[in-house]
Write a protein of this length. Structure first.
Length: 226
């Protein structure tokens, strides 16, 4: 196979010297593989297999768990710290938790690549994360439909709450105003004035996909804020 652009999403020890890894790849989506010998002292690939570093990889195998064969760095690692690092860990965690194995998601890969450039910039992080979340929801056919429960257009003068099961909005006394939701429907996820509403909406939409198990990255965010 031709080398695939990829990013490491998660790794954990496997046997004495190897690691089990989840990769986000351009053409094959999330790939699970064994990186043999990567934890061996002196391994040439040890320093390459790190989060937020662009890679080129190949693998072998026909089952769900592959075996990495080639792993080369293809660019500079995103230098993240503090909030930027936590946001990057959050992005990796939601992809591992929700993406089926080997579902092609080239558009999602493009937004993830753009997020690596956005995370070091405080003003660009929120917009980059919201774009990634919405693209993930679209890939899973779980994105919000900006209509009410009766399939009517949202009224700019009314307020709504999102129902993930119906992927639509119900009118409530307290909620997100219809004008804001209409702007979000146009794709204004990076607009600073819409940041709070956009975050609340993507969190509600992702909740059924993530299940009841808490996100470790959100716990890190809470600790930083406290």
């Amino acid at each position: 196979m031709q080398p695939q652009p990829a990013f490491l999403l998660h790794r954990r020890p496997y046997r004495e010297t190897s690691a089990l890894v989840d990769l986000l790849t351009l053409e094959h989506g999330r790939v699970r593989a064994v990186a043999q010998g990567v934890r061996r002292p002196g391994s040439r690939t040890r320093s390459r297999l790190q989060s937020f570093a662009p890679l080129h990889v190949t693998w072998a195998g026909h089952g769900e768990l592959k075996r990495l064969r080639l792993m080369e760095a293809s660019g500079s690692v995103a230098l993240l710290g503090g909030e930027g690092l936590v946001c990057g860990l959050y992005a990796n965690e939601i992809l591992v938790r929700t993406l089926p194995v080997e579902l092609p998601v080239p558009t999602l890969f493009a937004f993830y690549t753009a997020l690596m450039d956005a995370l070091p910039q405080p003003g660009a992080r929120a917009g980059g994360l919201r774009q990634l979340e919405m693209t993930l929801l679209e890939a899973l056919d779980a994105q919000p439909v900006f209509l009410d429960l009766d399939d009517r257009e949202l009224d700019p003068q009314r307020r709504y709450v999102y129902y993930p099961g119906a992927r639509r909005f119900a009118e409530v006394a307290q909620g997100i105003d219809g004008r804001t939701l209409r702007l979000l429907a146009q794709g204004d996820w990076a607009e600073p004035g819409l940041a709070g509403a956009a975050k609340a909406l993507t969190r509600a939409a992702l909740a059924p996909l993530l299940g009841d198990k808490p996100l470790r990255s959100r716990e890190l965010i809470r600790r930083r804020q406290s």
